[in-house]
Write a protein that binds this ligand. Structure first.
Ligand code: BDR
Ligand code: CA
Length: 307
């Protein structure tokens, strides 16, 4: 089983990404860390604890960055509601947060692991950047970073930028420049990783409490995306987990990727050198295609695993 750390800002799709990871017999989730993004870090921490407790999962969960490296925090209540996870009603969490910070927990897991560990960030890259700054020697313990963020050809929070990268472009730049193998699951695939109404109903009909909660998360998450014109609900963050479970689900192209940290209209853009015009080292596998049907089947099977 591949050891992984999930770093997230739940967030509807982050919550589903967590459930996908914990249901997989291919992954060994060593820790969950959270940070501010979709909502404040207090709320994303509470949401992670609520979802994991509700699903009966026990894991160490640590609180991370309350704000980006150099900028004001931007949050997304338009997408995820005031709680960051509006929709289903959860009982109070039974899991408690780790006394360690996210950076300390990530560093401890990396240090103590015999195998290299895969990091799966599905929020801004602040916690990962802070870990690399504080513990550069631990870089070699990282197998790969499979992240949800960026895009080759579009934005969602501005016309040019995707939300996770836009929230902390400096952190993203540091991570993309780190030399660690990166898979960038951006909007080019996540906007095709759509779950349709009838598939959401299939999940609801499973009739157990966790699948019902997932259907309610998707009902809520769909509202924002329907207004954007989507015919299905994009499963952004689960793509980054899906790639680690089964890389054959997603096709990628090795490219040089840089992060725009100054642009007037393009702040937070992942500048992907798709045609290799710069001839610079290729620092990321950029996700471009997804086998949607197989991905949705994996998700539905995974959700079924829970009570
Ligand atoms: C990303 O932004 C967040 O709102 C989602 O959780 C996802 O990680 C999509 O742009
Ligand atoms: Ca997220």
């Amino acid at each position: 089983r591949k050891p992984v750390i999930l770093d997230c800002d739940p967030g509807h799709d982050d919550a589903i990404a967590l459930l996908l990871a914990f249901a997989s017999d291919k992954l060994d989730v060593k820790a969950v860390t959270v940070l501010a993004g979709n909502q404040t870090v207090e709320k994303t921490l509470h949401n992670a604890l609520k979802v994991l407790s509700f699903a009966g999962i026990t894991v160490e969960v640590a609180k991370g960055a309350a704000k980006p490296l150099m900028r004001q925090l931007q949050i997304a209540p338009e997408v995820h509601g005031d709680s960051g996870l509006d929709g289903p009603v959860f009982p109070p969490p039974t899991l408690h947060p780790s006394p360690d910070s996210a950076v300390d927990l990530i560093a401890r897991v990396l240090r103590n692991s015999d195998q290299k560990v895969t990091l799966i960030p599905t929020g801004a890259l602040t916690n990962i950047a802070l870990t690399l700054l504080a513990h550069p020697e631990l870089k070699e313990k990282i197998e790969r970073i499979s992240l949800m963020g960026g895009a080759c050809f579009t934005g969602n929070w501005t016309p040019a930028a995707e939300f996770n990268i836009l929230v902390d472009p400096e952190a993203a730049r540091l991570v993309f420049d780190s030399g660690i193998p990166i898979t960038m699951c951006g909007l080019d695939v996540t906007h095709r990783a759509l779950i349709y109404r009838d598939e959401i109903e299939r999940i609801r009909r499973i009739g157990k409490k966790v699948p019902t909660m997932v259907a309610e998360l998707l009902d809520y998450f769909f509202i924002f995306h329907r207004k954007m014109g989507f015919s299905g609900c994009p499963l952004h963050d689960p793509c980054a987990v899906g790639y680690v479970i089964d890389p054959s689900l997603i096709t990628t192209k090795a490219c040089h990727v840089d992060i725009e940290t100054k642009g007037e209209h393009t702040l937070g853009t992942t500048v992907v050198d798709y045609y290799d015009v710069w001839k610079k080292p290729k620092n990321a596998e950029v996700a471009l295609g997804i086998d949607r049907e197989r991905f949705i089947e994996l998700l539905i099977q995974s959700v079924q695993y829970y009570d």
